[in-house]
Design a protein around this ligand. Structure first.
Ligand code: NAI
Length: 332
């Protein structure tokens, strides 16, 4: 068996090497993207995988794959919106994904953002830049054990994050349309989103982005949050109306925000850009605020998660080749 991996990044190399050692299967590593101009390279291989935001929607790609006897593109990601799923299916090409790579990676980033905010790290650093090392009353912190942490979305990542806060001794409340028994062991479920927003010192968002969750946090319900509360979003940018959030922060209606994801992030995530590109945008505004911790979609980025993304994608191909059965297929 021989697999071609497209768009391989330096941070993935160790995981590819380890998988090849363990399975004895050869994986050829290619830096370039999977496109209609590079698909010919896949001739003679038994499977292909990639991880890219650039669309794979050109019919030529699937036509050629069928001609070469290839049956699957294993995406080393959870989301597969970059693929023309139905078109691939028509050519008998399965698109597979990595449904979960490490909830702890995202959970730890969510908690890290919250701790930096509750302990005023950015503000303290700014004081030090000005030569001010005085214990200022305005920088007195809350302890997490005295906080109520509210979860919007208590699935895999929400619950993992809740368990971390439980370790600090926080009171945990939550809102989700599904209440699992496991989550109910540590989360005091509320009937409405509004109750969670009203009662929490820290609100942690862990919903998927769908029509019904788009801008689920907006100027109408940001008003319900306490002025000393903070909002953490490591879910999806579109969950929050960012202009409304910026306004609330600017007007002191909210104490702070920890943001890993923004609706406009395709403009900058995993790219080197001209800093002018974000001038005047929410990115620039948020980065300038000393009560905002901002990261450009880094929550997943741990050795464990990246390793699992590579390994699961390669296993998806191996399983189909060896058993004829599909695992993690998103279009069949
Ligand atoms: P999950 O599917 O395990 O949990 C989502 C929860 O949201 C479920 O319990 C579901 O019942 C609930 N939910 C869905 N729609 C709802 C609604 N309208 N009202 C109330 N509850 C609703 O998903 P998981 O794995 O916990 O992921 C959560 C989020 O984290 C996703 O948006 C995912 O895209 C994001 N994520 C972010 C990463 C990052 O690097 N920042 C990396 C990986 C995932």
């Amino acid at each position: 068996m021989k697999i071609l991996a497209y768009h391989v990044q330096p941070y993935e190399l160790d995981a590819f090497e380890q998988w090849q050692k363990e399975t004895g299967i050869e994986v050829v590593l290619e830096k370039g993207l999977l496109t209609k101009d590079t698909i010919d390279m896949a001739k003679g291989f038994d499977g292909v995988c990639t991880q890219q935001v650039i669309p794979v929607k050109d019919e030529e790609i699937f036509k050629k794959m069928k001609e070469f006897g290839l049956k699957q593109i294993a995406s080393r990601t959870a989301g597969v919106d970059m693929f023309a799923l139905d078109m691939a299916k028509n050519y008998g090409i399965a698109i597979t994904n990595v449904p979960r790579y490490s909830p702890n990676a995202i959970a730890e980033m969510a908690v890290s953002h919250a701790l930096q905010l509750t302990r005023n790290i950015k503000k303290i650093e700014k004081c030090m830049d000005e030569g001010n090392y005085v214990w200022d009353k305005s920088l007195l912190s809350k302890e997490i054990r005295n906080c109520t942490v509210g979860f919007i979305g208590t699935g895999r990542i929400g619950l993992t994050t809740a368990k971390l806060y439980k370790g600090f001794g926080a009171k945990i409340i939550g809102y989700d349309k599904i209440r699992t028994d496991e989550a109910a062991e540590i989360i005091d479920f509320k009937d409405t989103l509004e109750e969670v927003l009203k009662e929490s010192d820290i609100v942690s968002l862990h919903l998927p982005l769908m029509e019904e969750t788009h801008h689920i946090i907006n100027k109408d319900n940001l008003k319900l949050m306490r002025e000393d509360a903070i909002l953490i979003n490591t879910g999806r940018g579109g969950l929050v109306n960012i202009d409304d959030l910026v306004e609330a922060l600017e007007n002191g209606k909210l104490a702070g925000a920890g943001i890993d994801v923004l609706e406009t992030e395709t403009l900058y995530v995993n790219q080197k850009i001209d800093p002018d590109k974000v001038k005047g945008t929410a990115v620039e505004k948020l980065r300038k605020m000393d009560n905002v911790v901002f990261t450009p979609h880094y929550a997943f980025f741990t050795d464990e998660a990246v390793g699992n993304m590579v390994t699961t994608a390669l296993d998806n191909i191996k399983i189909q080749e060896e058993t004829g059965k599909l695992r993690n297929a998103m279009n069949m």
